[in-house]
Design a protein around this ligand. Structure first.
Ligand code: GLV
Ligand code: MN
Ligand code: MN
Length: 421
């Protein structure tokens, strides 16, 4: 098989990819910012746009019961194994245009290139564009990848409600999907593996001056919703001593969380959202709600830190004479990447002239859910300043094109090296 040089024959490849990323970023639920939440009108528009590009590449397009857009390049034989590629279409609020979208569209570019080159593969390729990696709209996440991997707890997941009280089940129905049929989203074939290309979202590759990297493992993560119940009162008449101020208690809790986060190497502890009720300048807050996102490369470090946080929060609640409720809304153990796939990706990077360093992923990915189904691996692409979850997210077109070439080489190598059997 010839060297993976097809992208060199398509010098416009990186440019087209960037144009598509720009076009996809127009699919937003907010004007003037990119916010594309799971099962929103913008998600629908993104699905329509990407479906069109998938069809242009000759893929058979479908949408599964969990809202995952699927582009299939079938194998000559129906019982051939399937190589799964992809990432996600949803975004955080006021997002950058590369997180998730790059992985979907770069994989599509790689597939298009192989098809244009007339390559015939002994396995099928399925491109997956998941809809719920960020877990921003509902207090649950990885709906598409968990449904596909067969690890979704459908009852809990479907009952989760967004801030307007719309449950995930109702939102799926409004999107034209059948929540009762979530089981049908489960992958039942023989999966060779899942490979997710993604921007690094951190500064390591830029500091090492390398465009591409290979992920060793994805950090484990848990998310919590913490409610503090005190007593509302008049801001001018109730003396400071003896108040049951829910927000003051929550503020002390956040300071404790940060202290514990700093005390454990590798741990991250983030309070990303806070609300106070009733939320008026002259009312002592009677209720406060905040979220906690806790991650670590080691599940036991994360468990120890959570134990310390739980104790600290309850102690602070007792000191302020407020009640506390703690709900864990997400839990995903640390997921190691598959050594054989990592090695194959590393050789594919070398074949395009990149000595790709190996690094862990602090960010969560659909690949962590896919690890329950099949071997998985990830290819990281350098981003400017390590900035992500921010509109300033930026990737060089040349790096993106190099990643596509590496993915093309990786797929070709699966054939020549017989990893496909
Ligand atoms: C998703 O990007 C996450 O890591 O939270
Ligand atoms: Mn992502
Ligand atoms: Mn993200």
């Amino acid at each position: 098989m010839p060297a993976p040089n097809a992208t060199e024959k398509r010098p416009e490849a990186g440019i087209v990819l960037m144009q598509r990323l720009d076009a996809l970023a127009e699919c937003s639920d907010e004007s003037g910012a990119l916010t594309r939440l799971f099962l929103s009108p913008a998600h629908r528009r993104a699905i329509n746009r990407v479906s069109g590009w998938m069809r242009e590449a000759g893929l058979a397009v479908s949408l599964d019961a969990a809202g995952t857009l699927i582009g299939d390049w079938p194998a000559p034989s129906p019982d051939a194994p399937v190589l799964l590629l992809g990432s996600h279409l949803d975004t955080v609020r006021d997002a950058g245009r590369f997180d998730g979208a790059l992985g979907v569209l770069a994989a599509l570019d790689a597939i298009a290139e192989l098809r244009e080159a007339g390559v015939s593969l002994p396995f099928a390729v399925r491109l997956l564009a998941f809809g719920d990696e960020e877990g921003v709209r509902f207090p649950v996440t990885l709906t598409g990848s968990r449904a596909l991997a067969g690890t979704l707890d459908a009852r809990t997941q479907l009952a989760a409600a967004d801030e307007d009280g719309i449950t995930l089940g109702a939102a799926l129905r409004d999107f034209g999907l059948d929540p009762a049929g979530l089981d049908r989203a489960r992958f039942t074939g023989r999966a060779l593996g899942f490979v997710e290309l993604h921007i690094e979202q951190g500064p390591v590759l830029e500091r090492l001056d390398r465009p591409l990297g290979i992920v060793s493992a994805i950090n484990g993560a848990a998310r919590y919703r913490i409610g503090v119940q005190g007593e509302a009162g008049h801001a001018g008449t109730v003396p400071m001593a003896g108040r049951r101020d829910a927000l003051a208690a929550a503020a002390e809790m956040m300071v404790a969380i940060r202290r514990i986060g700093l005390a454990h190497p590798g741990l991250t502890a983030t309070v990303g959202r806070i609300e106070a009720f009733p939320g008026a300048v002259n009312v002592i807050p009677g209720r406060a709600l905040f979220t906690l996102d806790l991650r670590a490369p080691s599940d036991s470090v994360r468990a120890t830190a959570w134990g310390e946080i739980d104790t600290a929060l309850r102690r602070i609640a007792a000191e302020h004479v407020v009640d506390i409720s703690i709900e864990r809304t997400h839990e995903a153990p640390a997921a190691p990447c598959d050594p054989a796939l990592m090695d194959a990706l590393s050789r594919a990077c070398a074949s395009v002239g990149v000595a790709a360093p190996v690094l862990p992923s602090g960010a969560g990915h659909d690949a962590m859910a896919m690890a329950a189904l099949c071997p998985m691996a990830m290819l990281f692409v350098r981003c400017r300043g390590g900035i992500s979850h921010n509109p300033a997210e930026s990737v060089r077109p040349a790096d993106a094109a190099l990643a596509v070439r590496a993915l093309v080489g990786f797929i070709r190598n699966l054939v020549t090296e017989g990893i496909s059997s």
